[in-house]
Ligand binder design. Structure first.
Ligand SMILES: [Fe+2]
Length: 191
């Protein structure tokens, strides 16, 4: 279930909002100029190959990209593979990549076709943790301080929209703020 948890930036224990109500999440994010939407999910998407998923969402993608702004649209996916002894290392490496605060020169636009991941948006005095699940579309505006946690058992399929080939390179701030906030796993187990 999609979840929004708003916390004070200087005190993660100061939880100001925690909701799974899509309408409240959308309104809260819209107040900050962040686009949040929902597209229908494909049943059993994890078993569908990426080309077929892109074909399935072609109309929605075309509508989102009506201006032609996004030059590169692809799918990123990661699924647990317990038959691979190296999987834990692969998972940890993938997770570590964007676990520290950074920003991008262009919007970070993601549609989760399946699975789950959490964007943490550091907006002034607050951090908004948005746990996205299958069906969620989120656009993190260019320049927004944020980090992303795919959890200890990464499992998601995301359609990604890029304006430039290298527009999504992370500019890391060096701030360790993310370490003070609940991880994706912790957010999901909190009551
Ligand atoms: Fe990012």
């Amino acid at each position: 279930m999609t979840l929004l948890q708003v916390m004070a930036a200087d005190n993660a224990a100061d939880v100001r909002v925690r909701t799974t109500d899509d309408a409240v999440i959308g309104a809260e994010l819209a107040e900050h100029g962040i686009t949040f939407g929902r597209w229908p999910v494909v049943d059993g998407a994890a078993a569908v190959d990426s080309d077929a998923l892109l074909a399935h969402y072609a109309d929605a993608v075309a509508e989102l990209n009506a201006s032609g702004r996004y030059q590169h649209i692809d799918i990123a996916r990661i699924h647990p593979d317990d038959t691979n002894p190296e999987w834990p290392e692969v998972a940890a490496g993938a997770r570590a990549k964007f676990l520290n605060e950074h920003r991008h020169a262009e919007d970070e636009v993601r549609f989760f076709a399946a699975g789950r991941g959490c964007f943490y948006l550091h907006l002034g005095h607050e951090v908004l943790a948005v746990v996205c699940e299958g069906g969620d579309l989120l656009s993190v505006p260019a320049g927004t301080l944020h980090w992303f946690d795919m959890g200890t058992r990464p499992d998601f399929i995301a359609i990604r929209f890029f304006e430039e080939e290298d527009g999504w390179v992370g500019d890391f701030t060096g701030d360790r703020i993310s370490e003070a906030f609940p991880t994706l796993d912790e957010l999901l187990t909190a009551s």
